[in-house]
Structures are given as structure tokens and as C-alpha cells.
Write a new protein. Structure first.
Lengths: 197, 197
């Protein structure tokens, strides 16, 4: 006996997802086989997401209407754009409740090794927004890793000629962290960025 | 901004699956959002599986036709039934190519702590098959763990009165294993089950 085709097909589809290997994919498939309507619910949720979620044509964040709720909100500071890699980053920043500006979602970070070049990201769209002339500050909030830093450097060079204030999120020790377990780079950055009390 | 409802719904559905926490669920969802038709393919595969896969009413293994290919095969030894917990176990045994009998899939193992009792498994269906009078051997191939052993003990007691030969898979050192890393129970079982060379 071999695995029935619908089973092996579902295992294959699961195994394509990030962080799911062939064993986990098989486990998920056989779990769904036994678990009432979980498979239907998941299939419905997938279809629903694909049908209802679009990208805002201004900031490229995910939304159900275009423009998105943030871009359409007159109470946000449209003169301050926070540039992030992913929609999840917007959610994280919104959770702080402290940022009143608007966003620009690049859709990733520069990664030449994996074939992600400047034209694969929403960089030209960002520059169009900046050339509109109403933006006073760009906050580069790409991830604090190699790709994120490279993307921020690249953007900073592009924005430089427009003479718009360009900032980058602070580096330092994370809250609740333990100094003795901090890595060298974090600790070095924390020293570089030290402030008067 | 809060997460759009279709997104949070898909995150919730993913998070219900075994081994997927809320963070992985969000990562999978945002991956599918960006990845062409992977979401459609997954939704199709799920629907397809639910529509085409049924359980064999003889052995309760998964199949596309009833009875399944193994139960319907006249070349298999229908006098020897191998009892396993899950359809995945059937696949593993079939891969060895060495077993010529038929199967009975219990659909799990006894686990009173998680509320899995004898009536939740296909045990009465197994006893009906055994009382048919044509079975000469039952191989109890439940998992070599606490729940699997308890299930095998329970079955053995039920089958005892039918005076059918009842066996259990051998315990011992796994192939390719390293004696010094074997746990105590495995090593004890390997000594108990030692054979003349």
C-alpha cells in the first residue's frame, strides 16, 4: 500500500511552509484527518483570507479596504513615515500605541544571497511618496540584523539627496534582559548609544 | 489598527494544530499572504482530502475505496491481524515489505488522563473481527510507550478468552543505535529478549 494521493498531496503542501518538515507535515495531515471539521475550518480561513485581504496601495500594509485605516486616518501624522519590512512589524509598533505617524511596508529586506533585490521591495514606491514633498521624517525600522541594516543603509543613501530627516530605531539592551547574557554587538551598541541621566 | 479579521481567524486556525504556537501560526499566515497561490493550494488539498479520504469499515485504515486495498487483497493473510494505533503506523510497517497479514487501526491508544477510553478506540470492532473465527494470530503493534503498552495489556486481556495466539513486537536496541546512549528501559528489554546466536 502507498499513501493515498490526497494525503500525500496535503503532506506536500504543508511541507512547503516555513518551519514545517516532512514529519511535521505528516503529523498535521493525520491530525486533521481525525479531528472533526478542523480541516474545513482551516480551508475556509485560507480562502477567506485570500479573498478579503488586499494591500494598501499607499503603504502596502495588509488591509480589507484601500486605503488602509491608518493611511485614511486624518489624525495620524502623515509627515512622518515609519519604514518596516513586514505587516507583522506594523502590528508590533501599533501595539506600543506610541507612534502617531504612518507606515511604509517594504515587503522584506535586501538579501542578494536569496535573490531579494531593491526592485523586489516597495522602495521606488517609498521614494515617490517622499518626493511628494510633505514628508518631514523617515524612521527606518527594518529589523536589527544583517539584512535589515543593509536595507536601512541602502534606503538612507537613496533618501539623502531629498534632504528629509532620516532616523533609525535605537539599539541597546532589551527590557527585562540580563546584562551578562547580552551578546557583544548588543552590548557595544548599548555603550555607543548611552545617554546622560 | 488591529489585525484584520480574516488574518486573525487564520492565525487562530493554525494555532489549533499540534506543535504550532501563536507565533508560528502568525508566521505561517503572513508567509501565505505573500506567497502566490500557496494558500489556495493548501485550501484545495485540505478540501480534497476531506472529500476523498474515508475509513475502511473493516480495518479503519484511511482509504479512497471501502474496503481498503489491503483488506480487499486476496493474497494477504487474513488470518493474521496486526493491531496499530494510527494509519501512519500501517504506512511504516508496509514500507518494510515484510508483513503479509492485514491490519486493524485503533485510532489512538488508551490515555485516561486525556480522556481516551476503550470505547473511543476501535476495540469492540476488533473483537468482532476476532470472534469471526478465522483469525489465528493477533500482533499487538501499539507504540512502545506507556499508553501503547497499557493498550496492548488491555487488548491481551480481552483477547485471552478467545484463545487466539497474541504476540507483541520485540523490544531491544534499535539498528544504528549506540549502546552507550541507550536508555535503561531499552537496555533492560534488550537483555530480557536476548537470543541464542
Amino acid at each position: 500500500m502507498t499513501t493515498p494521493e490526497p494525503i500525500s498531496r496535503l503532506i506536500e503542501e504543508f511541507a512547503k511552509l516555513p518551519g514545517i518538515g516532512p514529519k511535521s507535515a505528516a503529523r498535521l495531515t493525520f491530525y486533521l484527518l481525525r479531528s472533526g471539521n478542523a480541516a474545513e475550518n482551516l480551508a475556509d480561513a485560507l480562502t477567506d483570507m485570500r479573498q478579503r485581504i488586499i494591500f494598501c496601495t499607499t503603504c502596502f500594509n495588509i488591509t480589507e479596504q484601500n486605503p488602509c485605516a491608518i493611511c485614511a486616518n486624518p489624525n495620524r501624522e502623515h509627515s512622518c513615515i515609519c519604514v518596516v519590512e513586514e505587516p507583522l512589524d506594523v502590528l508590533a509598533i501599533e501595539r506600543t500605541g506610541g507612534f502617531k505617524g504612518v507606515y511604509h511596508v517594504l515587503g522584506g529586506a535586501l538579501n542578494p544571497l536569496e535573490g531579494v533585490m531593491a526592485e523586489d521591495l516597495k522602495i521606488s514606491e517609498l521614494l515617490v511618496r517622499l518626493r511628494g514633498g510633505k514628508v518631514e521624517e523617515v524612521i527606518l525600522a527594518t529589523n536589527p540584523n544583517l539584512e535589515g541594516d543593509a536595507t536601512a543603509m541602502y534606503l538612507q543613501r537613496q533618501i539623502h539627496s531629498l534632504s528629509i530627516r532620516t532616523t533609525r530605531l535605537a539599539r541597546g539592551l532589551p527590557m527585562g534582559g540580563d546584562l551578562e547574557y547580552a551578546d557583544e554587538v548588543t552590548l557595544t551598541r548599548a555603550f555607543e548609544g548611552r545617554r546622560e541621566m
